[in-house]
Design a protein around this ligand. Structure first.
Ligand code: PLP
Length: 231
């Protein structure tokens, strides 16, 4: 709901925690709302390079959106540089000037080492991204099939490195499911409720780990679900 207090629309696709990718048509509808109400769109596209069989649309490429989008990105995901603290924002000059005022007095800067590594990643990282996307795709297919086979129904995520299956059939809350799975089977997932009320009844499973670990986790999850399945 847009009110006279609304300043911006925040979106993030490919999405954490669901792995959903929004189509160009749907994004265009959001752009239309932003144009009509003269709103900025803050678009977190940190998973832009991790899509499987679909295309990612950069929000700023939509008509009139270049000037009205704050595009957020980073190196953590496509280049596996989590923890290196390198990210970026691209927006119109006035917005960046306002952001810089706050940023320069609240942060020092990204470390030189991480900046040099990021430059190198941009220069020669393309082949590694292609290789990893193929590998993530294998893991994604294994995880989605495995979860559905266990009875944790899961739509096919087309981006990022997460699957978001339903655990409603188990009768547990997502927090209860995640905690008991961790204690009983040493498998870590994130309760969907950590992402807001709509996430209750779901868990986030991350496939940014080896195929062997994913297969082991799935067999432990099967044992866990079979044990607790409601009669
Ligand atoms: C949607 C989204 N945006 C931004 C980030 C931030 O990544 P980092 O702090 O590693 O740059 C994450 C990390 O999980 C994310 O999922």
């Amino acid at each position: 709901r847009v009110t006279n207090k609304t300043k911006a629309i925040l979106i993030g696709y490919p999405a954490n925690p669901t792995g959903a990718v929004m189509s160009k048509e749907k994004l265009s509808q959001i752009a239309e709302v932003a144009r009509r109400h003269q709103l900025l769109v803050i678009s977190d596209e940190i998973y832009a390079r991790l899509v499987y069989g679909v295309e990612h649309t950069c929000f700023a490429t939509l008509p009139q959106m270049k000037e009205n989008t704050i595009l957020l990105g980073g190196f953590s995901k496509a280049y596996a540089m989590t923890g290196w603290r390198i990210g970026y924002a691209a927006a119109n000059k006035d917005t960046i000037a306002a952001m810089t005022k706050i940023h320069q007095y609240t942060m020092l800067c990204a470390s030189i080492m991480a900046q040099v590594a990021a430059t190198e990643a941009l220069k020669s990282g393309e082949a590694s991204i292609a290789e990893m996307v193929e590998e993530y795709n294998r893991r994604r297919l294994t995880m989605v099939k495995g979860l559905n086979d266990i009875g944790l129904s899961c739509f096919e995520p087309r981006g990022a490195f997460y699957a978001f299956p339903s655990i409603k059939g188990t009768g547990m809350t997502s927090e209860e499911f995640a905690e008991r799975l961790l204690i009983e089977e040493k498998v870590a997932v994130v309760p969907g409720s950590a992402f807001g009320q709509c996430g209750e009844g779901y868990i986030r499973c991350c496939y940014a780990t080896s195929l062997a670990d994913i297969e082991e986790a799935l067999s432990r999850m099967k044992r866990f679900v079979d044990k607790h399945r409601k009669a």
